[in-house]
Write a protein that binds this ligand. Structure first.
Ligand code: CMC
Length: 428
């Protein structure tokens, strides 16, 4: 028998069904509440609201569990292959070797940018933020590939998804080249996904960038760890925009904008800024922690805390281990890694953070790892976006294919002025 909850409103008993997810998580179904009682629910920032049913990613924030289509994130770390994970998220299953080869070919076939799109880079100021370029260029893809605005056949959807996943890397590399005043380097079809990105960013005419397997693996892993995270701010944005039946390019461009903020994907940049300030002697680790505890300040300890995880973020654990491995493999050191470890140690003993269950999140170590791989700070959030794109696409598709999906249109509790008269300007 299905479970129900009873709500008593104005002396009347209302039965509300309880929905149970695969892993036993329970949710009160209030979809008919307003029509039956006139009441809405008030949940600013949606901390208690499941906005959809989804089959893509499962998180248990109390236990620190993250699974893509049922597979624990830790299982992707052995021979990390971002493209395989992208396919898994979007299609629902791990690809067969034929499917993987076909997907790879489709990505290679779509790696070049339309020359019209490429020319636009020449008019962008050198100091333009790469996230602004990324969002604008993804949106602009709708101008250059109008055949993919309606995705009603599986063939067009797969091609649009491949175009986005492949070209996002080319756009990212071109935006970096632009910021350096360097000529663009075209993609090399003989290279795999991550190696090709490194090639387009760092090769220079007549000098091919040498890609080490350690760095290629670390890049695959970083992208995998960022690939999906259920209803986070940017994915919820993609779903909201997509719910109006806006096209996939426009929806993902909106996702990039949401990701940019320092409380979301932009936190990886803020973490490095914070660690740099500590290194430069501008503030100590203790000052930083004290500032983050000030209730009236906007300052946060970047790279710590999470809406869902009230335990270690499993992605942070993997990234911390990967940092150790890559630093040893490449025989490099970084004073910021030592500062990060010291900060983490202090935080994990501090009652403010302990009581609030604030642990390192994915952004705490990802920046240090990206730095070690030679990625400049202004490209960190772009790397997050490249990783997150398959997740956005999977969610857009899940919603698009759901016959019960409706436009996202929340309610509000109006607390403004009561009815009043318009006063002509000369009488004000
Ligand atoms: N520094 C200081 N205090 C914090 C922090 C932090 N990093 N995170 C949470 N708190 C406090 C918060 O002010 C609240 O205090 P109180 O109970 O006294 O009002 C308490 O801890 C509980 O916060 P919450 O409800 O768990 O936080 P939230 O869900 O509103 O925000 C967050 C989540 C990730 C935006 C927040 O933890 C934060 O700002 N962290 C720093 C930014 C960051 O690292 N973001 C990356 C998140 S992971 C990857 C991603 O999603 O992009």
């Amino acid at each position: 028998m299905s479970e129900k909850a009873i709500l008593v409103v104005d002396g009347q008993q209302i039965e509300l069904p309880i929905i149970t997810g695969t892993e036993g998580e329970r949710s009160l179904d209030i979809s008919n509440l307003r029509s039956r009682t006139g009441l809405t629910t008030c949940d600013p920032s949606l901390g208690n609201t499941a906005t959809c049913k989804s089959e893509i990613t499962f998180i248990d924030g109390e236990k620190g569990i993250l699974r893509y289509r049922g597979i624990p994130i830790e299982e992707f770390t052995e021979n990390p292959n971002f493209i395989e994970v992208a396919w898994l998220l979007i299609s629902g299953n791990l690809p067969s070797s034929e499917e993987l080869a076909e997907f790879r070919d489709l990505l290679t076939a779509n790696e070049l940018l339309h020359e019209g799109l490429r020319h636009q880079f020449q008019h962008i100021p050198v100091e333009a933020p790469p996230m602004a370029i990324l969002s604008a260029t993804l949106s602009n893809m709708a101008c250059f590939y109008p055949g993919f605005l309606s995705l009603d056949t599986p063939g067009t959807f797969n091609e649009a998804a491949a175009r986005l996943i492949s070209k996002v890397r080319t756009i990212a590399a071109y935006s970096y080249r632009r910021s350096q005043g360097l000529p663009v380097v075209y993609p090399d079809p003989s290279l795999r996904y991550c190696a090709n990105l490194l090639h387009m960013m760092f090769s220079i005419p007549y000098q091919q960038y040498v890609i080490t397997p350690e760095i290629e693996d670390a890049f695959n892993l970083i992208f995998i760890l960022h690939a999906d995270h259920e209803q986070n701010c940017s994915t919820a944005t993609v779903r909201t925009v997509g719910s109006s039946r806006a096209n996939l390019f426009a929806s993902c461009a909106a996702g990039v904008s949401a990701l940019w903020g320092p409380l979301h994907g932009g936190a990886n940049v803020e973490v490095i800024g914070m660690l740099e300030r500590i290194r430069a002697g501008g503030m100590s680790a203790e000052d930083c922690i004290a500032a983050a505890k000030q209730r009236d300040s906007k300052f946060r300890l970047f790279g710590f805390g999470h809406r869902v995880y009230k335990n270690y973020d499993p992605r942070a654990i993997i990234l911390q281990q990967t940092c150790d491995r890559v630093f040893t493999q490449l025989k490099i050191t970084d004073p910021l890694l030592d500062i990060a470890r010291k900060l983490e140690e202090l935080v994990l003993k501090d009652p403010y953070f302990v009581d609030r269950h604030l642990y390192p999140n994915v952004d705490f170590y990802s920046g240090i790892l990206l730095r070690a791989m030679g990625i400049p700070t202004n490209m960190f959030t772009v790397c997050f976006a490249i990783g997150r794109l398959p997740g956005w696409i999977a969610h857009w598709k899940e919603q698009h294919d759901d016959p019960g999906s409706r436009i996202t249109r929340p309610r509000q509790v109006y607390v403004g002025s009561g009815k009043r008269k318009y006063v002509p300007v000369e009488e004000r």
